[in-house]
Design a protein around this ligand. Structure first.
Ligand code: ZN
Length: 468
């Protein structure tokens, strides 16, 4: 009897579970479409005017009325006048004032090679697609409207050197193509801006338009067309950076909260001290190891700019705790008066301008004066702390105080003492260390790894899906 009862209820329960599963699944699937999504990219946001050139393949449309302005091809200057848009030809004759927005549109949607010029854009000059111009306060904003793949052609070489493709790095470029595409879609849905999806700076992704396109990056994009990274059917936040110094990092150790597709593990392909055995031509990133002096004279100002109090004259600095990767969790700066400033996680990196969170620091400030000399073409630096603050003759009559990291000097003469002392940080890597290391991806590509393997190492547990 019991068995029959269970059987009777088995079918409807299965249906309910199935419906719940399908509902959950489809609710999480990103909105894929048959075509690359349209992107609106802010390419001139701070100027009060824009300067445009276009050929006969374009027309300028008043979007408010839907009418085309009777303007021939040429150069035009659009100016914000009382929150309207005045159109001037190059001799300076007004062609009218419009409330806007105005849109520069290609006459044919098939003209894939077509471009117009925006002369006062931040990172480029020549652009594909269309351009919308609208007034925002005292500025005129210029927004490039184009499909995602065309947009990425102007991004990829700005994010990773396209020349890497000539030295075994094509798979790294392809991994970067998937990451950049994913990042664009992720930002698209975040709505970080009003009136456009992404800006053209590091805040979103650097975008240089048609001038930034290269053969290698175009090839990386076409070979991965539409591919994006997902986790549980959702577009991920594919953070990347220049070099992790040999150890990846989890977001909660840099910011506040974690994400399930990031871990903190050793990365021998970006570790200059322990590269994979047998790997020839291992590329050491130029900031794989770095040293930074933070002058005591500027420390208080740097801390104040980031909202910290000034600890006064510095007595010592200590790393109180660090994560397994070696990245610092808490570094404390103690003043001689007892005041202590605690910089947590990435705060020291951002406040003091360090290249990464993976560093050690000498506990006591040190004098930083060197005598630089050249022996057989080799630069030689010797520390002469006892010369700190002394005056020297430079040339015939000029005197210069010995302050700074390097100098050449003749003669001597003693004057008042102004110490130049600094906190000395020794670090590894460049960037936050979360997600893909570009240098690590390059070494992996040179070692024969495919872009899918590269991405699965840096974004474990994710999938590559076709977005459209
Ligand atoms: Zn932005």
């Amino acid at each position: 009897m019991k068995f029959r009862l269970e059987k009777r209820y088995c079918f409807p329960i299965c249906i309910v579970v199935l419906i719940f599963f399908l509902f959950t699944f489809f609710c999480q699937v990103p909105a894929y479409s048959a075509y690359p999504p349209e992107m609106r990219v802010g390419i001139s946001l701070l100027n009060s005017h824009v300067e445009l050139s276009f050929d006969s393949g374009y027309c300028l449309v008043n979007k408010a009325s839907g009418t085309t302005l009777p303007l021939p091809a040429g150069n035009y200057r659009l100016v914000n006048v009382c929150s309207g848009i005045q159109v001037l030809d190059m001799p300076g004759n007004s062609q009218g004032v419009f409330s806007g927005p105005l849109e520069l549109k290609p006459l044919s949607s098939q003209s894939s090679g077509q471009s117009f010029q925006l002369h006062n854009a931040r990172y480029g000059q020549e652009y594909r697609g269309a351009l919308e111009v609208f007034a925002e306060g005292n500025t005129l904003r210029a927004v490039n409207i184009l499909d995602l793949e065309s947009y990425l052609r102007g991004v990829l070489a700005r994010e990773m050197p396209s020349s890497w493709g000539n030295y075994g790095g094509m798979e790294a470029l392809k991994a970067q193509a998937v990451a950049a595409r994913t990042y664009a879609l992720y930002n698209h849905s975040l709505q970080r801006h009003t009136g456009f999806h992404l800006c053209d700076s590091q805040h979103c992704q650097v975008y240089g338009g048609k001038n930034s396109e290269t053969g290698n990056t175009d090839s990386a994009l076409s070979q991965t067309r539409g591919e994006i990274l997902t986790f549980n059917n959702r577009v991920i936040a594919p953070f990347y950076h220049a070099s992790n110094g040999g150890y990846t990092e989890a977001p909660q150790n840099v910011w506040t909260s974690g994400l399930p597709y990031f871990t903190s593990v050793p990365d021998p392909y970006d570790d200059p001290d322990n590269p994979p055995p047998g790997l020839v031509n291992f590329v050491v990133h130029r900031y794989a190891r770095w040293e930074a002096d933070v002058p005591l004279s500027s420390l208080g100002l740097l801390l104040a700019k980031s909202g910290f109090s000034n600890p006064g004259e510095i007595e010592r600095v200590d790393i109180v705790s660090a994560f397994p990767s070696g990245r610092v969790e808490d570094v404390r700066i103690r003043g001689t008066g007892g005041a202590v400033v605690s910089l947590l996680k990435e705060k020291a990196r951002t406040a003091l301008g360090l290249r990464s969170q993976l560093y050690t620091v000498r506990s006591e400030p040190e004098p930083r004066v060197w005598i630089a000399s050249s022996v057989n073409g080799m630069e030689r630096k010797e520390s002469f702390p006892e010369l700190e603050g002394k005056w020297v003759a430079s040339g015939y009559t000029m005197k210069r105080m010995l302050i700074g990291e390097s100098f050449s000097a003749q003669g001597n003469g003693t004057k008042s003492f102004v110490p130049y002392q600094a906190l000395i940080f020794e670090g590894r890597g460049w960037g936050h260390g979360i997600g893909m290391s570009q240098n690590g991806a390059y070494n992996r590509s040179r070692a024969g790894h495919g872009y899918r393997d590269i991405l699965s190492f840096y974004y474990p547990g994710t999938q590559i899906d076709i977005g459209y």
